[in-house]
Design a protein around this ligand. Structure first.
Ligand code: SAM
Length: 404
């Protein structure tokens, strides 16, 4: 492990004082602040339950409210959009420009209610999650520190490697993926909410791991998941391919720290590296399979091309790249650009701080895979997984194979 920076090292708490801090077990830390333990209420399957019923019920409430917004309120807003478009002589099934959609739809009270209820709920969710983790800083931090050097897998942290673009607060997550020590905790419980409460047991990631295409010669020694966040797909991949050496890579140090802790807790032998996907540091031809899930739409176009080329470099001949994202097919979004989709795209970009949403949609993803030297198979195993992963039009519709 290269190094781990946290509040204690930042404060210069080294030597005996630092050691005293680091020796705290989560149980001792919890006792000091009057909490029974980090996991006083055990687990629900593989999900560590939140420490109090009060907080857990808040979390359930915000998840259910999101489900309501994503179903009933969405439908009401969509009906409204159809009416407004028709009243303006437009066919709701046909494409409209972003400018027209924003102009006609963004000030309608029902559409606005949908958009702002969604946005405020998200802000409130982050605030409450963050308050829980920071109110109990030592308890949660001690638990993570206790796992840092434990196995079975390894954790590699490389301080100071984050380029500016990775510091952006996508989804309004405070501190983003790189700037908050509890980014992994926040992201895991936050995305339980994003996924409408349907990923508590990593169902989405298990479905994705099941759908990963394998090299035609059947040899699978090493697998990498790029932009792995809290490592759910990494664990699912190890379960499908128990004999393989499985790695997760992410530019968020707190993300891989949390991922590692979770894998240690679960006793799963997987490894995590804090690195840029476009500069992974792995040798040429090291992997048989490289995956990424929801990475590309969150990075600039140039970085997307960098990641594709890096995947090609670290795959061995015959190896497979399986990128799954909100959109990987040039032209698809444009063809589906009805008024309500346009307004949601705009909201996502403007209010959910998806900074590269439009840039990504314009990127020549397939073209770059071909230019990098991959044989591109369109279609992919989408049907098998679409019901599990279909979020914001998540597509498992493409596979790149490095020629043998
Ligand atoms: C939407 S999340 C991905 C979700 C994740 N694959 C999962 O299954 O839960 C995007 C992740 O990509 C990471 N990331 C962003 N840019 C990156 C880069 N250039 N290299 C590696 N990771 C990156 C972020 O830190 C974040 O954890």
């Amino acid at each position: 492990m290269s190094a781990i920076l946290n509040r204690r090292s930042a404060l210069g708490l080294t030597g005996a004082v630092g050691a005293a801090f680091t020796m705290f077990s989560s149980h001792e830390a919890a006792a000091k602040i009057g909490r029974a333990d980090v996991e006083p209420r055990g687990s629900d399957g593989i999900l560590e339950r939140l420490p109090t019923l009060d907080f857990e019920s808040y979390d359930e409430f915000s998840t259910s409210t999101r489900v309501w917004i994503n179903t009933d309120l969405n439908r009401a807003a969509e009906r409204r959009a159809v009416k407004i478009l028709r009243a303006n002589g437009l066919n709701p099934r046909e494409e409209v420009s972003f400018e027209t959609a924003i102009d006609l739809l963004s000030n309608d009270p029902i559409i606005d209610l949908r958009n702002h209820t969604w946005q405020r709920l998200q802000m409130h969710m982050w605030r409450e999650l963050r308050r829980e983790f920071y109110d109990n800083y030592d308890m949660y931090m001690s638990e993570m520190e206790a796992a840092d050097n434990n196995g079975p897998g390894v954790l590699e942290i490389n301080p100071g490697i984050e380029p500016e673009y990775t510091k952006h607060e996508i989804h309004m997550q405070p501190g983003g993926y790189t700037g908050d020590e509890f980014a992994g905790h926040l992201y895991h419980y936050g995305t339980n909410n994003f996924y409408n409460g349907q990923n508590y047991q990593d169902e989405r990631h298990v479905a994705l791991a099941t759908a990963v295409p394998t090299p035609s010669d059947g040899k699978i020694k090493r697998i990498l998941d790029m932009g792995c966040s809290c490592g759910q797909q990494v664990v699912a991949l190890k379960k499908r391919f128990p004999d393989a050496e499985v790695w997760g890579l992410d530019i968020g140090a707190p993300m891989v720290r949390y991922a590692h802790m979770r894998a240690v807790d679960m006793g799963v032998d997987v490894n995590f590296r804090h690195a840029l996907a476009e500069e992974s540091g792995f040798p040429d031809g090291y992997f048989d399979i490289v995956t990424s899930y929801l990475l590309h739409h969150e990075i600039p176009e140039e970085a997307t091309y960098g990641v594709i080329n890096e995947a090609q470099r670290i795959l061995r001949p015959g190896g497979v790249y399986f990128p799954v994202d909100v959109y990987t097919n040039p032209g698809r979004r444009q063809a589906n650009g009805t008024g309500m989709q346009r307004i949601r795209d705009w909201m996502t970009h403007r209010w959910n701080h998806e900074r590269w949403w439009y840039e990504y949609q314009k990127a020549d993803f397939f073209g770059e895979m071909k230019r990098a030297g991959m044989n591109v198979i369109e279609g992919g195993p989408k049907a098998e997984v679409s019901s599990q992963i279909n979020m914001n039009g998540g597509f498992a519709n493409i596979v790149g194979v490095k020629p043998a």
